[in-house]
Design a protein around this ligand. Structure first.
Ligand code: C2E
Ligand code: CA
Ligand code: CA
Length: 311
């Protein structure tokens, strides 16, 4: 259904368009039919451009990790941080991960990026052990579901841990729930290998995957992270009940339950009363560069911070 459907195309052009549609079909889970159109063509060009720039960015050190504190509900203390990737191109506005991670996931670039993140995160984790403000914190990292389809991940994590001498028990690997579904069997195997290294595991965006219970039966997780969409929608009675149900599910299985995206005192109150063990969100802290993390942790330790737990 091309916009120029009436203009005859050269055979090479037809093949090239078929190739674009085939590429899209292959890279989309559970998708068997893709029809070429101009929009698809433009998306492909944009994606290829992003991928090219990202390759250069990796080489030029334009990627960096920001860290967002995660607070324990019962004590109000920061017990860990999540590493969140940022692309800061020189002289241009930052590019958010929601833009470049999907582009990277359609190529081998995502493996390079995840490897870089794992290595960096382990090095930070190891160096933090010597600083009073950061000693004992857990480090959560995000790993693409694409990684769940190959055996490299456990080896990469093992190498990074060995090189950095970081404590495996402080490393938490997060994988989003929807990304577990296409390859559950393989994921179970890879998670087993990660566990054997002493690493902890978390399901991210929990509640969005339509198969939450099935996942909990198959994989030995330590933590679930209740998706931000539930926290944002607690004014709605149904959403609120569903969110609370997911929290109870996790607590009954003796898992850590993190409420993501807590922005308001009302959402904090809901998370506490529903039984979340940890809170993450702008209400406490935004993701910050490593140079600002120490000050951020000190601010969160002071009793007179913006919002004290329990208020
Ligand atoms: P995520 O793993 O669910 O990360 C949480 C996202 O929520 C982050 O967005 C964080 O900045 C944002 N957030 C935290 N608290 C709040 C809040 O109170 N309100 C709102 N509105 N947002 C909040 P970010 O950093 O843009 O990351 C987006 C996604 O990109 C992440 O979602 C994760 O799936 C992916 N990502 C980030 N870093 C990496 C990485 O190193 N590797 C991989 N593979 N994916 C990554
Ligand atoms: Ca995450
Ligand atoms: Ca999440």
């Amino acid at each position: 259904a091309s916009s120029d459907a009436l203009t005859p195309l050269a055979p090479a052009e037809v093949l090239q368009r078929a190739d674009v549609a085939l590429g899209r079909a292959k890279s989309t889970d559970n998708c068997h039919l893709v029809i070429f159109d101009q929009r698809l063509h433009e998306d492909e060009i944009e994606r290829a451009r992003l991928q090219g720039e990202l390759r250069v960015a990796l080489k030029n050190d334009e990627l960096t990790l920001f860290f967002q504190p995660i607070v324990q509900t019962s004590t109000g203390r920061v017990t860990g941080v999540e590493a969140l990737l940022r692309w800061l191109p020189v002289g241009k506005p930052p590019i958010p991960p929601s833009v470049f991670i999907p582009a990277a996931e359609q190529s081998e670039l995502i493996t390079l990026i995840d490897d870089w993140v794992i290595d960096r995160a382990c090095r930070h984790l190891s160096s933090w052990a010597d600083d009073d403000r950061t000693a004992g914190l857990t480090m959560s990292i995000n790993v693409s579901g694409r990684h769940m389809a190959n055996d490299e991940l456990p080896r990469t994590v093992e190498r990074a841990l060995r090189r950095s001498n970081a404590d495996p028990g402080k490393l938490i690997v997060e994988v989003t729930e929807t990304e577990l579904i296409p390859n559950l069997e393989k994921a179970v195997q890879i998670f087993g290998q990660l566990r054997a290294l002493g690493v902890r595991l978390a399901i991210d965006d929990f509640g969005t995957g339509y198969a939450s219970v099935a996942h909990l039966r198959r994989v030995d997780f330590d933590r679930i992270k209740i998706d931000r969409s539930f926290v944002a929608a607690i004014d709605d009675a149904t959403e609120r009940s569903l969110g609370s149900l997911l929290v109870s599910l996790g607590r009954n299985l003796d898992l850590d339950v993190v409420a993501e995206g807590v922005e308001t005192p009302e959402q904090l109150e809901w998370a506490r009363s529903a039984g979340c063990t940890h809170i993450q969100g702008f209400l406490y802290a935004r993701p910050v560069p490593v140079a600002e993390l120490g000050a951020e942790l000190e601010r969160l330790r002071r009793p007179h911070r913006a919002v004290a737990p329990g208020r």
